[in-house]
Design a protein around this ligand. Structure first.
Ligand SMILES: C[S@@+](CC[C@H](N)C(=O)[O-])C[C@H]1O[C@@H](n2cnc3c(N)ncnc32)[C@H](O)[C@@H]1O
Length: 380
């Protein structure tokens, strides 16, 4: 059931907007409304098992081998780009930051001097601060609420893009409509007495920027916010690169005519469902990432795409198997899920967007290590 506090928060928002919210505006409230949205409230969210109260697991939560392996790529990028700062966006519990900092501090070159986190959720920021407190004397860890005009850093974001609100368009009977959410008038609802939300589609003249073959009904996920975010980041990047890891596809796969239902999903207690309109604020809402859109947004600001591959290939290229040998047997079993194709190895992808000033140096070094074999940039 949607908590009464969330209902009370949403009611005036619906009133002010004439009773209808486009889906991206609704998703922003459901995930980030201060204190109430899924990422902003005190629920556990990320973790290994439903028994710990969590809803889903991410790479760094699944196994520290994730961050230890990624650290090898970050160390190489710090060196090749001659920077001493990592910026992590959307750091969750802080698990990845702890893994990366731990490894980068024991790197023989010890390049890392500053680790900056940008986190939308105040609740998660507090968790990150508590987890990273023991490392703070060893490296300068700070939290930024604003982006600098000029950025010289290796930027990391794991499963951040999928948590950014997406706009939904639907094609019905050959016509494109903007999908939104309305309050339903009801006395009998499973989502709370007198409270229910329904899908509601409006003709607003919006068309998908990508041609979708056929006339059949289709749900189109438009990642305007995620792409604008990449563009703004790319604009500010003066030196360094951006490493983004997430589940998703190239445009050709994402918007294949047969994928007509989109990828919108909710997570609660390690189960997924397709209904974001109930239990608002109590479950995660997410969409897969369109990596072609990400690449184009970065290229439009002059960055080079120097690698795109699956998470499995990326981690193996970075030396996953080496790192694995130092883990215990139960840890190894968990960590293998990061690369197995039927778990996180294939659906999850990694892209590196690099400032062009480094391209010759990176190429002379044989490329960024995570993409030295099975690079799929040509498929974007
Ligand atoms: C699915 S969680 C991933 C957490 C963590 N990176 C991990 O892998 O465990 C998404 C995270 O991104 C944060 N987030 C979403 N949009 C963001 C943005 N625009 N800037 C910074 N953080 C953001 C959320 O608050 C949350 O911490």
């Amino acid at each position: 059931m949607t908590p009464p506090e969330m209902q009370a928060h949403l009611n005036p928002i619906f009133e002010r907007s004439g009773g209808w919210l486009p889906f991206d505006a609704f998703m922003a409230e459901a995930l980030y409304a201060p204190g109430l949205g899924y990422y902003a409230n005190a629920l556990p969210k990320l973790g290994l098992m439903p028994q710990d109260g969590s809803d889903f697991v991410t790479g760094p939560e699944l196994s520290p081998v994730f961050g230890r392996t990624l650290a090898r790529q970050v160390a190489q990028a710090l060196r090749l780009c001659e920077v001493d700062t990592v910026w992590e966006f959307g750091a969750g519990t802080g698990a990845l930051a702890a893994q990366l900092i731990g490894c980068l501090l024991s790197d023989p070159e010890r390049r890392l001097k500053h680790y900056v986190i940008v986190e939308l959720s105040a609740e998660l920021r507090h968790r990150q601060q508590a987890l990273l407190a023991p490392l703070m004397g060893r490296v300068n860890v700070t939290w930024a609420t604003e982006w600098p005009a000029h950025l010289a850093a290796v930027v990391v974001g794991n499963e951040v893009l999928d948590a950014m609100p997406a706009r939904l368009l639907v094609r019905r009977n050959g016509e494109w409509l903007t999908r939104g959410v309305s309050r339903a008038v009801t006395t009998d609802s499973s989502d709370g007495p007198g409270w229910a939300l329904t899908w509601s589609d409006r003709a607003m003249g919006e068309q998908p920027p990508v041609d979708i073959e056929g006339q059949h009904d289709y749900v189109f996920e438009w990642h305007q916010q995620a792409q604008a975010w990449v563009q703004q980041l790319a604009q500010r990047l003066d030196r360094g690169c951006i490493l983004l890891l997430d589940y998703g596809f190239t445009e050709a796969e994402y918007y294949h005519p047969q994928r007509h239902m989109g990828t919108l999903m909710c997570h609660q207690s390690h189960r997924s469902d397709g209904n974001p309109l109930v239990a608002v604020g109590l479950k995660d809402i997410t969409v897969h990432v369109d990596f072609t859109g990400v690449a184009l947004a970065a290229q439009a600001q002059g960055l080079d795409v120097l690698g795109f591959t699956s998470q499995g290939r990326f981690l193996i290229n970075c030396g996953f198997l080496d790192v694995l040998t130092s883990a215990s047997s139960p840890e190894q079993a968990q960590a293998l899920k990061l690369i197995h194709e039927h778990e996180m190895g294939e659906l999850f992808k990694v892209i590196v967007l690099s400032h062009p000033r480094h391209t010759a140096t990176v190429n002379a070094a044989g490329g960024y290590i995570g993409f030295q074999s099975f690079d799929r940039s040509h498929t974007l």
